[in-house]
Design a protein around this ligand. Structure first.
Ligand code: ADP
Ligand code: ZN
Length: 811
């Protein structure tokens, strides 16, 4: 009986793919090894082994594998299981889940190469270009496509290559090369000829007549080891030619050493600060819950010391030799947290996210796979749940309410918070979900007893939560008390804060200068040509930009539609706010934090450090400044407008409004100084705003959960959203109506199709259909029903251009 191997190919395939293997291969292949396999006409891919068995595939004749890369598995068994769960639950091809998980340098595809044979003379039949190429090639050699492109300076050489293949002088082959290479450094050492003081003395005497070499040697002897060549030759007393001479004369030698790509950790690990009595109580309550429940929701007001509590629980797990995963919503915004964790756990901390190079990520991967002590605490965003943990003891999900835990747009559309709970379960590990403003779903699970619930209602050292006041914009406009976009009470509060040498945070959730520009004469608003949004005006660069697709246009002082000069700016972006505030407070030092000012590496960190050192008085920013920052001297937070949050057409709009406003308010008064939050709004009487002012999360929850129940939203139903995209609106409507009909026959509760807030992006029109499933409905039955319907949908010829994506638990 032959042996077969199922592998996961890094391609959008729903299923694993089967190959034939020899009994010898069957004996050594473990799940999670990388296997090179042929797939499709000619290409080779790095696949991941999954399952060895003896049942031949039914629908195709299996091919043989090409080769086995690894001696040991590079994905752990639990991890493979977990990746399959993600594929299954989020209805994503397993290959794409694997490709999201595994650093790209570990999963190479083959490249086409051209191999030359031998020929006596260049065939007459060849075109002039083909024969001139052949003249330049050596016999029996191998050329990459890039080399050929260079040789004949043609971008697309495939026609010519085809001709040469037909002539029999060359053939094509596929090659896979390892792109991962360990990083090496060259070090200088004494040659083994010089083994004691006497030989050294003698050598020095030998070179005493040659001042340059003598000097270089002396300098070498003064260095601390290891002496890195690149640094050494930069020293003033060293010349590289004399170094070479010394090497030639066997005084010194060069040595290659493999080194860590990730920066060395120098900081001593400090011991943790003592917990306050509230924090101690919370910690022991969490541990008590863990005896019977896997997940505990830590609901702690901003500044209550949740991070301190996490750190104590983390250190206990590390002491047991367990791995800990610390998840954050966006790694780029966690500079401060990173510094705090580094101080205590520096030697065991690794950070994992997409800004690291694939090579660096592969190194981190390996450390976690082999359970190295230098990578026991993993700090990362979403994709860190996909790493090859061996012995996970604890998962901390910080700011667990944040919607950026859900991957949207790209497949797999997984929710890292929810997936982390499944991952933890596989490892028998514990989970803390932390938040000052938990999601309605998490809090409902805590109330029902599915999770433990621990609350920290006091700030550390009983610092007061800031007092929240609403500024009525309608009234301020009526009374003509507006200075630009700031109402009098806010201007005054800023003045007082600056006078007291304290700091101000101003929050406006829109970057750029103005949200759009509008002609005063014809009311024309420049639009993105490929998306249904108006372009945002960026004043510094005099550009109009689309924040959805990146389209850019030059700003012109005359309306492009009617030619009237000086179009008006509408709405307010952070750039314009900065200008207004600077004009109002000319001597204040102002900083701005948004996507535009933090694009460069370390820019975010620099701004944060400058603000922490009080080199900035007023920091203006988008949502970025609402997240997790801990500045001691901020006593005033101003929100330019709360209204956008209240009116977003989404069942989570109020939840988000509550979260954002509470979080931004939480940045003030963290040292215990009396502090204020002023929020400008046209609707000061809005019920959500009243609950924010009173920091009354439980009351807010009660209202929300009632509405969710009444209108049938999570956690009372489970949702799947189908997204359809097409360049042509009427084809899209036809397709979505067809699908809706089929869905209605199969599911009790189907809504839509409706267009999302931005109904066209990058030239694709978008429609959403929502399926609501009762909680007791079988998840897999629903999935099968949907899958079979989508299969029939794909068979309809006229729908072949419609892009369909399923989003399970959409946010
Ligand atoms: P949260 O994460 O709940 O917003 P943090 O953990 O950031 O709160 O704590 C708020 C501030 O109080 C931080 O500056 C932190 O260093 C300080 N703090 C909290 N608990 C302690 C403690 N036990 N000892 C010393 N400082 C603490
Ligand atoms: Zn656009």
């Amino acid at each position: 009986m032959p042996f077969f191997l199922d592998v996961i190919l890094p391609l959008p395939l729903k299923e694993t793919f089967t190959y034939v293997i020899t009994p010898a291969e069957a004996a050594v292949i473990q799940p999670g090894m990388r296997i090179i396999v042929p797939f499709g006409k000619r290409k080779k891919y790095t696949a991941i082994s999954w399952h060895v068995h003896q049942t031949p595939p039914k629908t195709y004749v299996p091919k043989q594998i090409d080769s086995i890369i690894d001696e040991k598995a590079v994905l752990s068994h639990k991890q493979l299981d977990f990746l399959h769960w993600i594929a299954d639950y989020y209805q994503a091809p397993i290959g794409l889940v694997a490709r999201t998980a595994v650093p790209s340098v570990m999963l190479l595809e083959s490249e086409t190469e051209m191999a030359t044979h031998q020929w006596d003379r260049v065939p007459q039949s060849l075109s002039q270009k083909a024969s001139s190429l052949l003249h330049q090639l050596n016999h029996n050699s191998t050329y990459s496509i890039a080399q050929i492109q260079q040789l004949i300076s043609i971008k697309n050489p495939y026609g010519i290559i085809k001709e040469l293949v037909a002539s029999g002088c060359v053939s094509l082959k596929e090659a896979v090369y390892a792109k991962y290479a360990p990083k090496q450094q060259t070090e200088i050492r004494l040659h083994e000829n010089i083994y004691d003081d006497d030989t050294l003395k003698k050598t020095l005497e030998d070179f005493s007549s040659k001042p340059k070499q003598y000097q270089t040697l002396l300098t070498f002897l003064q260095q601390k080891t290891p002496v890195i060549k690149a640094d050494f030759v930069k020293l003033e007393s060293v010349s590289s030619s004399s170094l070479n001479t010394l090497i030639k004369h066997h005084v010194l030698t060069k040595h290659q050493r493999i080194i860590d790509r990730l920066p060395p950790k120098l900081s001593a690990d400090e011991s943790l600060t003592a917990l306050s009595s509230h924090q101690l109580q919370a910690t022991s309550a969490i541990k008590q819950y863990w005896k019977e429940k896997n997940v505990v929701l830590l609901h702690g007001v901003t500044g209550s010391g949740k991070t301190e509590v996490y750190m104590h629980l983390i250190s206990q797990q590390l002491a047991k030799g367990k791995q800990v995963l610390f998840l954050v919503p966006e790694i780029g915004l966690t500079t401060q947290l990173m510094q705090r964790l580094y101080t205590y756990f520096g030697k065991q901390l690794v950070v994992y996210h997409s800004k690291y190079s694939p090579q660096e990520r592969a190194e981190t991967w390996d450390k976690i796979l082999t359970n190295k002590t230098t990578a026991r605490l993993v700090l990362g965003a979403r994709s860190a749940v996909l790493l090859p943990y061996q012995e996970l003891g604890l998962v901390v999900v910080d700011e667990s309410h944040e919607m950026s835990y859900k991957q949207f747009e790209a497949t797999p559309r997984y929710h890292a918070r929810d997936a982390a709970m499944v991952l933890a379960h596989k490892h028998h590990a514990k989970v803390i979900l932390g938040s000052a403003t938990p999601s309605i779903e998490s809090y409902a699970h805590a109330q029902s007893g599915k999770y433990g619930l621990v609350s920290l209602t006091q700030r550390y050292q009983d610092a007061q939560l800031p007092e929240i006041t609403y500024v009525d914009l309608a009234e301020a406009h009526r009374k003509k008390q507006m200075s630009g976009h700031l109402a009098q009470p806010l201007v005054q509060a800023i003045q007082e804060t600056l006078r007291a040498s304290k700091q101000v945070l101003l929050f406006q959730n829109r970057r750029g200068y103005a949200s759009f520009i509008e002609c005063r004469q014809c009311a024309h608003v420049p639009q993105c040509p490929s998306c249904d949004v108006s372009l945002t005006y960026h004043q510094v660069t005099k550009e109009l930009r689309c924040h959805y697709c990146g389209y850019m246009d030059q700003y012109t002082a005359a309306c492009v539609a009617c030619g009237t000069l000086a179009p008006q700016t509408q709405g307010l972006g952070t750039q314009q706010l900065e200008e207004e505030v600077q004009a109002l407070f000319p001597s204040a030092r102002i900083g701005r934090m948004d996507l535009d000012t933090t694009r460069k590496k370390n820019a975010h960190q620099k701004l944060i450090n400058a603000f922490a050192r009080q080199e900035i008085d007023i920091l203006i920013g988008t949502q970025m400044i609402t997240k997790g920052l801990d500045f001691k001297q901020v006593t005033l937070v101003g929100v330019i407008s709360a209204d956008n949050f209240l009116h977003f057409p989404d069942f989570r709009a109020h939840e988000r409004a509550f979260q954002v406003l509470t979080q931004v308010a939480g940045r003030a008064g963290r040292l215990g100084d009396k502090s204020k939050v002023l929020i400008q709004t046209f609707q000061p009487q809005h019920p959500v705003l009243g609950l924010v002012r009173n920091y009354d999360f439980p009351a807010f929850f009660d209202i929300q959960i009632e509405q969710r129940k009444q209108f049938g939203y999570p956690p009372f139903v489970r949702m799947m959203r189908i997204e359809l995209k097409h360049k042509n609106m009427s084809s899209l409507i036809t397709a979505s109506d067809w699908l809706k009909k089929g869905l209605v026959e199969r599911f009790p509760n189907v809504l839509g199709p409706v267009a999302p807030v931005v109904g066209r992006v990058r030239n694709f029109y978008i429609l959403h259909i929502l399926i609501k499933l009762p909680l007791n409905a079988s998840q897999s039955a629903a999935k099968n029903r949907l899958e079979s319907l989508l299969k029939s949908f794909a068979m309809v010829g006229s729908f072949s251009q419609v892009k369909v994506a399923v989003d399970v638990d959409p946010q």
